[in-house]
Design a protein around this ligand. Structure first.
Ligand code: C2E
Ligand code: CA
Ligand code: CA
Ligand code: CA
Length: 274
């Protein structure tokens, strides 16, 4: 067994220390990559479930690193939150979205906003500034937040969201059904839409009991007068099930994987938004 006075030779690092070092190195790498312009924004369509007409797009960050290969956005975002870089990345994504908006002036684009961005004292003034610079109207943008924004200072978060909504920005609650907030807490929160987490959609095809669960989530949304988007719809069967559950919008590989701006322009030309 380890311990019992047996010490690692001096100069070795504990696994905790190497973990911290690796994290720091990854953060540095990410910072350099961001400065070097290696980060990209992909888009994934969101469509009406009734006729599959595209009504919006979700912007998703991508990092294909020459050294590390494809880095998952989840890992990237976690590191960026840790280092604070997420604020700059958030501004970069919004700026890119506003630039790309000229390709689809009639669609609403959703951007993911992390709790740290929302907490920033310059939010949402900085957000508005970016929109103004590109002459993008607030109603062309939706922000997606998870229940994590409720953890710290829900009142401050609610105030900022109310401010944005007054301008015309819509607010969606991401990953609905996976958090631990009470319905009561959500009720007092200024929202327009909820996005049912992909895990429920995936469950539905294998476990019929989860259909009841999805119906319940949709009923909660209905009672709060919120629209419902389903994430992660991969098959026609899943799309039909979500339709029957009363879900108004669909997003997932069935429609399209997240793709670069040029591919989305092509896709929209082939199937113009209704
Ligand atoms: P999310 O906001 O829940 O985004 C949906 C995720 O589901 C995306 O993963 C998307 O590529 C994936 N997805 C979409 N349709 C399907 C499908 O049919 N099947 C499956 N299996 N997956 C599907 P991605 O792009 O890896 O992003 C992961 C998470 O990283 C996002 O989850 C979001 O929380 C975060 N993220 C991505 N871009 C940004 C960003 O610009 N800012 C912030 N703060 N977070 C971001
Ligand atoms: Ca999202
Ligand atoms: Ca989500
Ligand atoms: Ca998710």
């Amino acid at each position: 067994a380890k311990g019992d006075g047996v010490r690692e030779p001096l100069g070795y690092m504990s696994s905790m220390e190497t973990g911290a070092l690796e994290k720091k190195q990854f953060e540095n790498h990410l910072w350099n990559a961001f400065q070097a312009g290696e980060l990209e924004v992909f888009y994934q369509p969101i469509a009406r479930s009734s006729d599959m007409g595209v009504t919006g797009l979700e912007a998703l960050i991508r990092w294909n690193s020459p050294e590390l290969g494809y880095v998952s956005p989840a890992k990237l975002v976690a590191a960026a939150e840790e280092s604070g870089l997420i604020r700059d990345i958030g501004d970069f994504v919004l700026d890119r979205v506003c630039q790309d908006m000229r390709h689809w002036p009639d669609l609403r684009v959703s951007v993911n906003v992390s709790p740290m961005q929302l907490r920033d004292p310059s939010y949402p003034a900085g957000f508005q500034k970016i929109l103004k610079r590109h002459r993008v109207k607030p109603h062309q943008i939706e922000i997606e937040l998870t229940e994590n924004v409720l953890i710290d200072d829900p009142d401050a978060a609610a105030r900022k969201l109310a401010e944005l909504r007054k301008l015309g920005v819509t607010v969606a609650l991401d990953d609905f059904g996976t958090g631990f907030s009470s319905i009561g807490a959500l009720r007092s929160f200024p929202l327009d839409r909820i996005k049912i987490d992909r895990s429920f959609v995936q469950e539905m095809t294998t476990n019929p009991e989860s259909i009841g669960l999805v119906r319940a989530l949709v009923a909660v949304a209905d009672s709060m007068k919120l629209e419902v988007v389903s994430e992660g719809v991969e098959t026609a069967e899943q799309a039909q099930m979500m339709r029957l559950c009363g879900c108004e919008y669909l997003q997932g590989y069935l429609l399209s994987r997240p793709a670069p701006v040029a591919s989305i322009v092509e896709l929209l030309e082939a199937a113009p938004p209704a």
